[in-house]
Design a protein around this ligand. Structure first.
Ligand SMILES: *[C@@H]1O[C@H](CO)[C@@H](O)[C@H](O)[C@H]1NC(C)=O
Length: 208
């Protein structure tokens, strides 16, 4: 595949915009999937040993955690997990419905985003030991920073609460299958992966 440098430069400039609103206070962009509304993710579980129930993307929840628990440091958690290699690997029984769809995804106008930023979101979600909730026929942003988003979209009529780190593993699949590089070696990604349980994960450029 060929990508023009100017297009990639534009994407890079767009990613300089700054994050990020408190959940519920800002108009969320459309998820661009089946005209579903964009809702707010609910999280119920344990982060860094704290049992919490918080809402928003991983980054928004990290901000709330930092306010709530002095000393909470999401980047230190990520570093600690990488330092102990066993803990860094989340293993799940796969229930995925391949193949992964990569940019350009047919029928969608989604743009690609920085793969390293998506990886940061995956690393945060790996420390969310609990359930990521999404209402029925709705998408929620489980991660969004520097204009790179991971969406969880629910095709079921009812709400579901899958495991957060398991949702992040779909984004890992999308990076593995869809990543491409510009001539400076910057990695970009956009794609979608479905699960047989009626939900899917989208990785794409977005406003945040
Ligand atoms: C999170 O959202 C749930 C469901 O909408 C709500 O009941 C709860 O009060 C919210 N929690 C916080 C901390 O905002």
């Amino acid at each position: 595949m060929k990508f023009t440098t100017s297009l990639l430069t534009l994407a890079g400039l767009a990613s300089l915009a700054i994050a990020s609103a408190i959940p519920g206070t800002a108009e969320l962009p459309s998820c661009g999937y089946k005209n579903y509304p964009t809702g707010i993710m609910t999280f119920k579980g344990t982060i860094d040993g704290h049992q919490v129930q918080l809402n928003g993307s991983a980054q928004e929840i990290n901000t709330q955690m930092t306010a709530k628990f002095p000393g909470f440091n999401p980047d230190a958690l990520v570093a600690a997990k990488f330092a102990s290699r066993d803990a860094a690997v989340n293993l799940f029984a796969r229930n995925k419905s391949p193949p992964v769809l990569c940019w350009p995804v047919a029928g969608q106008d989604w743009s690609f985003c920085n793969a390293a930023t998506i990886q940061d979101g995956i690393n945060y979600l790996d420390n969310f030991d609990g359930l990521c909730g999404v209402p029925g026929t709705t998408c929620v942003r489980i991660s969004c920073s520097y204009n790179a988003a991971i969406y969880l979209c629910n095709d079921n009529a009812y709400g579901i609460t899958p495991n957060c780190a398991y949702m992040a593993s779909y984004a890992t699949d999308i990076i593995n299958d869809c990543v491409f590089y510009d001539d400076q070696g910057n990695a970009y990604v956009c794609g979608q992966e479905f699960d047989t349980d009626g939900y899917n994960i989208i990785v794409r450029e977005d406003s945040c």
